[in-house]
Design a binder for this molecule. Structure first.
Ligand code: BGC
Length: 734
C-alpha cells in the first residue's frame, strides 16, 4: 500500500538515479552457468525436471560450474533482482555487493518459485485445495514462507490462481482447480500465509499472484496456447481469484504468457493498467513471466525486442524477468522519446515500493546461514505437511477393502510406491528426494509386512517396459491385500507438460488386470498431478485412493489413510473425465437447448457417458452422511439455507457440506450449478447437525450484455450436498 514515508523516499531516490540505474531496477536476472553443458541455470533446471539429467547430475553441474551472477552489472547498478537463488549465503553475498558497492546502495529483491513448500514440500496446490480448508492453506503457506525466507527468498511467484477446467493442461497441478470461488479463497489464504499481514517481517515473503490472466483457459489444454472468450465469462469466471489476491494485499502480480482476445498479457494495457491498477487499486509491482516480453516478438505483436520493451512498459509491466528487453533497450528508448520517462519512473517506483514494504532498505540481510539451517525441515513442518497430505487425499472408490486391518500382509506393486523423489510433484525447487517418505519407507518404519515388485521388466528393444507377470503373481500369492501405486511421474504434469492423452498408461492397466486375476482385493493408490481419464481403473479396482503428489510425507499420509488412522475427507476440486475428448468438462457448465439425453439430436458424445467419471465436490469417507430437511427462508437481503447432515456410519469423520445455486431463467444463460458457500464439519459416528448458509441476494447476479452486474428477480435453485452431483434441491423466488 502507498505509504507517505516511502513515497517521499522513493521520489528522493528517483531524483538521484541515472537512467541506467533506473533501468537496472527493472531487470531480473537468473544466474547463468558457465561450464555446465554451456546452458543457463533455468535450462539446467528444466533438464532435470524433464528427466534428461538426474538430480545428482544437476547438483554436480551446479557445484562444478561457475555460476555467473553478472557481478559487473550488479556493481554498476544494472540489476534490481534475481530469480531462483534459494540459499542464504549466495543471497547475502550478492546483497552485500548491492548495498555496499553500488552507488546508491539499493538492495536486491530475491524472487523464487515456492509453489507448494520450499524444503518441506507440501501437496501440490490442486491436491491441497481438495481439503476445502482455508486455514490449512494459510498454515502451509506460513511454513513455506518461514523456510524460504530463511534461505534468502523475498518473494514467491505464487499463488497461481488460474481457474482450470481442462485436465489436459499440465499446470492444473499448480492451482486450486475449476471453481472460481474456491480459487479466490485459496489464493487469498495463500497471500495471507505468505505475507502474514506484515511483509516487512523477516519470515514473511511477498506474494506474486500469477498468471494474470486467464492462463488456465488455454485452448485445447495446450500450454502457452491462446485464450479467447467473452468478456462476461472472463470477468465472471477467470478474473475474480486474481482480484481476491490483490484485495488480500498481494505485493506483486505476474502477467500470463497467453494473449487475451489477441493481446498478449505482457503488453496488455487494458489488463495491467485499466483493470489491475485503475479498477482494483493495485499499487504493487508487476513482473513479467520468464522471457515473456521478448516472446511478444514471436507472438507477432512486436517488431523486435525494443518494440516489445516499449509496449510492455507502456502497458504497465514493471520488471522484466529474464528477457533483458528492458536492459538492452529502455535507456535508448527513453532518450529517443519513444518511451516516456514518467512511465519509467512509475515502474521504478513500483519496484522500490515493494522493496520498502519488505523492509529491505532498513534490513537488507533478512537471514543468515544459522537461521537457514535451523529453519529447514523442522519436525513441526513435517507434521503440517503430513496433515495437509492426509486432508488432500480423495477416496474415489471403496468396496469393502479399506480401511485395512492391522495384521494384513500387503502386496505392493508399482514403482511409484518406491520413488520418494517422485512424491513432490512438479515445481518443487527446494525438494530433496532423501527427505521424502515413500509407501515402502512408511511400511518399513511401521513394521507393516509386505512383498513388493515394481512390476515391470527392464525395457525391451523398442524401449517399452514389459509387465513382469511372474513377479506380480508371486506378490499376489504372498499377500492378503494388493496395493497398486500408479498414475503419473512428477514430470508428467506442471509447466510444459500438457498431455493429449490423459489415460492410465497401458502397462499400468495391465498390472491391474494381472492383479485382479489373483482374486485378492486390489486397492489402487494414484499419484498424479491432474485428473486422469481412467474408466478401466474405476471399474476394476476394489478401492481407489487419489493421493495426488502429496509431498515429503507421502508414504506416511497414505498409510494413515489406508489403515484408517485418518478418515479421508478430501473432495475433488476438478472433474475427472471419462475420456480426454470430453475436456474441458466441469460442473458449472451451462445447459444448451439440447442437453445430453437419450434422443439422437442432443448434446453428447457417441462414445462416452453423459456424466463425467467423478464429479467436482465428490469424495468418499469411511463413514456415510445423510442429508435431509433442506429449507430456504427468505429475508429482506438474503436467503438462509439450512440442512441436516447426519453421520450414519460407525466412524467419526469430516464432511464438506457444499451449497450451490442456479438462476433458473436469466437474460444470459447461467451455469446449471455454481458453488456459493461450503462448510467443513466434524461429525462423530451417529451425530447430526444443522448447517446454515446465509446467501446475500447480491451474490446471485451476473453481467448482462452491457457488462452491468445485475441480480434478477425470478426463480432460483439452491442445492446442498456432499458432491456437486448429489444434492438436495429447493427453489425460491426473488
Ligand atoms: C513460469 C512461471 C514461473 C517463472 C519463473 C515461468 O516459466 O511460467 O510460473 O514463476 O517461470 O521461474
Amino acid at each position: 500500500m502507498k505509504h507517505e514515508a516511502y513515497e517521499t523516499r522513493i521520489s528522493e531516490l528517483l531524483k538521484q538515479m541515472t537512467l541506467e540505474e533506473k533501468v537496472g531496477q527493472l531487470r531480473q536476472c537468473g544466474p547463468s552457468l558457465a561450464g555446465a553443458f554451456g546452458v543457463s541455470f533455468e535450462e539446467l533446471l528444466n533438464m532435470m525436471f524433464d528427466g534428461k539429467i538426474s538430480r545428482e547430475e544437476f547438483e554436480r553441474q551446479m557445484s562444478t560450474a561457475e555460476q555467473d551472477f553478472h557481478e559487473e552489472d550488479l556493481r554498476a547498478g544494472r540489476i534490481g533482482s534475481y530469480n531462483g537463488i534459494g540459499d542464504a549465503a549466495t543471497a547475502n553475498r550478492l546483497q552485500k555487493i548491492a548495498v555496499e558497492e553500488t552507488r546508491l546502495g539499493i538492495p536486491l529483491l530475491f524472487g523464487c518459485d515456492v509453489i507448494h513448500g520450499f524444503r518441506t514440500v507440501t501437496p501440490i496446490p490442486l491436491a491441497e485445495a481438495c481439503s476445502f480448508e482455508p486455514e490449512l492453506w494459510e498454515k502451509t503457506a506460513r511454513v513455506a514462507a518461514r523456510e524460504a525466507t530463511a534461505a534468502g527468498v523475498h518473494m514467491t511467484f505464487a499463488p497461481m490462481v488460474d481457474v482450470a477446467k481442462d485436465a489436459r493442461w499440465g499446470r492444473v497441478c499448480e492451482g486450486a482447480g475449476e471453481d472460481t470461488m474456491l480459487a479466490s479463497l485459496y489464493g487469498a489464504a495463500k497471500v495471507r500465509g505468505f505475507q502474514n499481514g506484515n511483509p516487512g517481517a523477516k519470515d514473511s515473503m511477498a506474494a506474486c499472484v500469477k498468471h494474470f490472466a486467464g492462463y488456465g483457459a488455454v485452448e485445447a489444454g495446450k500450454d502457452y496456447n491462446r485464450v479467447d472468450m467473452s468478456m462476461q465469462r472472463f470477468y465472471e469466471e477467470y478474473l475474480p481469484p486474481y482480484e481476491a489476491c490483490v484485495k488480500a494485499g498481494a505485493l506483486a502480480v505476474m502477467p500470463a504468457f497467453n494473449d487475451i482476445n489477441g493481446i498478449p498479457c505482457s503488453v496488455n494495457r487494458w489488463l495491467l493498467t485499466d483493470v489491475l491498477r485503475d479498477k482494483w487499486g493495485f499499487d504493487g509491482m508487476t513482473i513479467s513471466d520468464s522471457n515473456a516480453i521478448a516472446e511478444c516478438v514471436i507472438h507477432g505483436i512486436a517488431e523486435d525486442k525494443a518494440d516489445a520493451a516499449a509496449q510492455a512498459l507502456a502497458a504497465g509491466m514493471d520488471m522484466d524477468m529474464a528477457s533483458d528487453c528492458y536492459h538492452e533497450n529502455l535507456a535508448a528508448l527513453v532518450e529517443s522519446g519513444v518511451v516516456k520517462e514518467e512511465d519509467l519512473n512509475r515502474a521504478v517506483a513500483d519496484v522500490l515500493r515493494v522493496k520498502f514494504e519488505l523492509g529491505l532498505f532498513d534490513c537488507p540481510y533478512r537471514t543468515d546461514t544459522a537461521r537457514e539451517q535451523a529453519e529447514l525441515l523442522k519436525e513441526e513442518y513435517r507434521g503440517i505437511a503430513r496433515e495437509a497430505a492426509c486432508k488432500s487425499m480423495v477416496l474415489l472408490k471403496n468396496e469393502n477393502v479399506l480401511p485395512l486391518q492391522k495384521e494384513v500382509r500387503l502386496g505392493i506393486v508399482g514403482g511409484l510406491a518406491d520413488a520418494p523423489d517422485e512424491m513432490v510433484g512438479a515445481w518443487a525447487i527446494g525438494a530433496r528426494g532423501e527427505d521424502c517418505v515413500s509407501i515402502l519407507d512408511a511400511c518399513r518404519s511401521r513394521n507393516v509386512p509386505f512383498s513388493y515388485t515394481a512390476g515391470l521388466k527392464e525395457c525391451n528393444a523398442d524401449g517399452k517396459a514389459e509387465v513382469d507377470r511372474e513377479a506380480l503373481t508371486r506378490v499376489a500369492e504372498e499377500s492378503d491385500v494388493l496395493l497398486l501405486a500408479i498414475g503419473e511421474q512428477k514430470n508428467q504434469s506442471g509447466e510444459a507438460a500438457s498431455r493429449a492423452d490423459i489415460t492410465i498408461a497401458p502397462e499400468q492397466l495391465e498390472m491391474l488386470s494381472v492383479l485382479k486375476e489373483s482374486g485378492k482385493p486390489v486397492a489402487v493408490v494414484l499419484f498424479n498431478g491432474r485428473p486422469l481419464a481412467m474408466p478401466g481403473v474405476a471399474e476394476a479396482a476394489d478401492a481407489i485412493l487419489e493421493a495426488w503428489h502429496p509431498g515429503v510425507e507421502a508414504g506416511n499420509a497414505v498409510l494413515d489413510i489406508l489403515f484408517g488412522e485418518v478418515n479421508p475427507s478430501g473432495k475433488l476440486v476438478m472433474t475427472f473425465p471419462y475420456a480426454a475428448g470430453q475436456c474441458p468438462v466441469y460442473y458449472a457448465h451451462i445447459n444448451t437447448g439440447r442437453p445430453g439425453g437419450r434422443g439422437k439430436f442432443t448434446s453428447k458424445y457417441l462414445d462416452t457417458p453423459l456424466v463425467p467419471l467423478y464429479p467436482f465436490g465428490y469424495g468418499l469417507s469411511y463413514t456415510t452422511y445423510e442429508y435431509s430437511n433442506l429449507k430456504v427462508e427468505q429475508q429482506e437481503e438474503a436467503a438462509t439455507v439450512s440442512v441436516i447432515v447426519k453421520n450414519t456410519g460407525k466412524t467419526d469423520g469430516e464432511e464438506t457440506v457444499q451449497c450451490y445455486f442456479r438462476d433458473v431463467t436469466a437474460k444470459r444463460v447461467r451455469p446449471v450449478k455454481q458453488l456459493i458457500d461450503f462448510e467443513k464439519i466434524a461429525l462423530k459416528a451417529g451425530e447430526e447437525r444443522e448447517v446454515r448458509f446465509v446467501i446475500p441476494y447480491d451474490k446471485l447476479g451476473y453481467l448482462d450484455m452491457e457488462m452491468n452486474y445485475i441480480v434478477e428477480e425470478g426463480w432460483f435453485e439452491v442445492s446442498v450436498g456432499g458432491s456437486s452431483a448429489d444434492c438436495l434441491t429447493e427453489r425460491f423466488e426473488l
